[in-house]
Design a protein around this ligand. Structure first.
Ligand SMILES: *Cc1c(COP(=O)(O)O)cnc(C)c1O
Length: 393
């Protein structure tokens, strides 16, 4: 069955109509290479600089501090590898967390193979970084702290302003992966003392394959991609003008609408979370109860295997995701769920529903009606559940 109810916005979002409208002329009418000096090229250049200003305004940065990339993964790679290489003489130590996106974790693994030492901070049961642990991990040779703004699986929002303050006091560069936070949580790189920040277009209503990295003026970063002189020689390659225009528009809209979005999504999210926890036994919320992304609901069900749950949901036209092994692409369940202390079996039985403004109250009702039936059906096939039921009766 075709998806009728899309609740996987943390994986990707549809391109917003207003964004698509803005982008379309740049495929066929204003197709100029922004490096040219003739009129049609200047149209591209103008549109790109407008988008740069829109992105900058969305995070309280200056336009010249915004570098366009091909997405969140590239921005994360550029931040980590770029700073590591540029600051090698100063030190080789980097601090991050165990719950980062793989774009950060796998880049750290690469850096470890090339002489860098990485501290992976633990998080508490709600997914929060402990500031005392962070402070204790800082060494004279620490050059970079990279801690995500908000987690893509469990939705926990980290204490970014306090982390920024700590990093600044210790003279350490601070990067945050704000791919999930952008447009959902207010971001101010000045107030929060952030030095580098990654965003991605397709998580906020712009196309896939476009992103940006904010680099505070004065912070040294080596480029990742060499070639032409685009992006002040920091990121070679003919600019993706339609993507850039789309990112600018999407950021502008998301930031304008943020108060309204936050209010509506939080109300829907909380109704979904409490509706599930109240009607389904042996269920538990993952992530921080209050400091969490407005659209994130992540719940573990005991005696359930995530993939079977997703297939039954899909049969009803509901798109969702899970931290189970089958869906994580490895033998282990989600590293994030393991880091917050879930045993393997509870991590396998997790369900992530991520909402955005295109979801409706009727869709929440539908999920709240169908999910208990699906869970019961799966539990009825579980020998472990049967044993527990016998024990309790
Ligand atoms: C999606 C995501 C990324 C990767 O962004 P892409 O644009 O898909 O490369 C990085 N970090 C987080 C937290 C994400 O959710």
């Amino acid at each position: 069955m075709a998806t009728k109810i899309y609740m996987d916005h943390a994986a990707t979002t549809p391109v917003r109509k207003e964004v698509l409208e803005e982008i379309l002329p740049f495929f066929t009418e204003y197709y100029g290479n922004a490096s040219g000096i003739y009129s049609i090229a200047q149209e591209s250049k103008k549109a790109m600089e407008k988008a740069r200003a829109q992105v900058a305004a969305g995070i309280h940065a200056k336009p010249e501090e915004i570098y366009f990339t091909a997405g969140g993964s590239e921005s994360d790679n550029m931040a980590l590898r770029g700073v590591a290489e540029a600051m090698r003489q100063k030190g080789n130590h980097i601090i991050t967390t165990k719950i980062e996106h793989h774009a950060i974790l796998h880049t750290c693994e690469y850096l470890e193979k090339h002489g860098f030492s990485i501290t992976y901070l633990d998080v508490d049961a709600d997914g929060k970084v402990c500031l005392k642990d962070l402070e204790a991990a800082i060494r004279p040779e620490t050059i970079l702290i990279s801690i995500m703004f908000a987690n893509n699986e469990i939705g926990t929002v980290e204490p970014i302003a306090q982390i920024g303050k700590l990093a600044r006091e210790n003279g350490v560069v601070f990067h945050t992966d704000a791919v999930q936070a952008m447009g959902h949580v207010p971001i101010d790189v000045e107030e929060m003392q952030i030095d580098l920040l990654s965003i991605s277009g397709h998580k906020l209503g712009a196309p896939k394959g476009i992103g940006a990295l904010y680099i505070r003026k004065g912070v040294k970063v080596e480029p990742l991609i060499f070639g032409g002189a685009q992006e002040k020689k920091m990121r070679a390659g003919t600019e993706n003008i339609p993507g850039i225009v789309g990112l600018g528009k999407a950021v502008e809209l998301a930031v304008q609408e943020l108060p309204e979005t936050k209010k509506r999504l939080e109300a829907m999210r909380d109704r979904l979370i409490h509706g599930i926890l109240d009607t389904i036994p042996y269920s538990k919320l993952n992530g921080h109860p209050v400091d969490r992304l407005p659209g994130n609901c992540n719940i573990s069900f005991e005696f359930i295997e995530g993939e079977s749950m997703l297939l039954l949901l899909d049969a009803l036209g509901i798109a969702a995701s899970s931290g189970s092994a089958c869906t994580s692409g490895s033998l282990d369940p989600s590293h994030v769920l393991l880091a917050i202390g879930l045993p393997h079996e509870k991590a396998h039985g997790s369900l992530r529903l991520t909402l955005d403004m295109d979801n409706t109250e009727e869709e929440i009702d539908f999920v709240l009606e169908k999910l208990p039936v699906i869970i019961q059906r799966l539990r009825d096939m579980s020998p472990l559940y049967e044993a527990i039921q016998k024990q309790n009766s």
